[in-house]
Design a protein around this ligand. Sequence first.
Ligand code: LLP
Length: 423
Amino acid sequence: MNHFEVRGGELHCEDVPLSRIAAEVGTPVYVYSRATFERHFTVFRDALVQAGVVDPLVAYAVKANSNLSILKLLSALGAGADTVSEGEVRRALAAGVPGERIVFSGVGKTRGEIAFALKAGVSEINVESEPELKLVAQVAEELGLRAPVVFRVNPDVAAGGHAKIATGKAENKFGVSFAEAARLYANASNHPHLNPLGVACHIGSQITDLAPFEAAFSKMVGLVESLRGEGMSVERLDLGGGLGVPYFNQPDPPSPVDYAAMVARVTKGLKDIRLAFEPGRVIAANAGVLLASVIHLHERPEGRKFLVLDAAMNDLIRPAMYDAFHDIRPVKATDAAPVVMDVVGPVCETGDTFTRERALPPLGAGDLVAFMSAGAYGAAMASEYNSRPLVPEVLVDGDRYAVIRKRPSYEEMLADEIPSDWK
Ligand code: LLP
């Protein structure tokens, strides 16, 4: 459920008409609903608790939507943060997420990033390879600390909405094998600067079926049991993120309640373990839209119609990158018969096409449209390609809104490119 709905013939975010934001902030602009973010987080966490998972660490995947105001509102609800760079760790800390709720993941953490995370007191460093384990041990020794490490295991399970976002197969770059995990865990257990806490997996994103999760989680439970059988202490099991969301044309994915029930069933036999989760999309996607204006409708002589928007692939890359489908809704509702058109942005690439041959209500210059389900991996993946200023973000709360990332001026966009002294 989200808080974007048509009222009085016009699409609103909570109690604010999107046309008001377009008039006052301009387009393109991302618009988020605070109530939806809060609801999605609470539903996910409560589903786990109600299924019997004791004190889950729900570490929101910052990469999905890393705006500081969003992190702050989730942190206030008790969310942790799953981070993959020093920048994300810094964002989480700046948003008030305490170190003990921060997970630091990622296949290529640098020495400097590891040192920063250890000093910040993160809850776990999810180690993805043997060389990385060595680096973490070295850095911890230099700092005179014991690094809390969790081994990210690659469960070799196929899952995910698109090849570019599937992470759980052995051919992907992520995580260590089960055999390596057991060997590295034993090494870490005997190391004075490592504190192996547990194991983790994350098999992919936009997963719309519980079966691959269940297959992976069962393997992880088996791993915990076998590590414990060998006398090792395992107190944490991080099950990653990946739960899909209902994008318009897809079958409804399992609900957080179904997911939580499966988790509780699969992990039932494990005692004294804290489960961690890293949901991103399921919290953020349907809590945001990208609001854009029509620049014009270009009708080619042979009949093809191109709706040219002021938003482009640099603002929302998902269609170009993953062939993703986003529902496109006119902000002013109409009963007029639909027209088939391609919806494109102004960037100089054919790839800057949001959709082909979509039936949409008749639209023309100045009309507003909203790309639905754009709260996750939207603004967070935006760029300035074609020297288009970074798209701003707005947060709605009831009948008011705040700009939570302003649109940079052209002067600001150019300011960092003044040459330093030649060396
Ligand atoms: N944990 C780890 C280690 C991850 O790599 C990811 C996502 C997550 C958690 C969160 O997954 P989620 O719950 O959001 O599915 N840009 C792509 C999605 C990339 C996902 C990368 N990893 C897209 O727009 O579809």
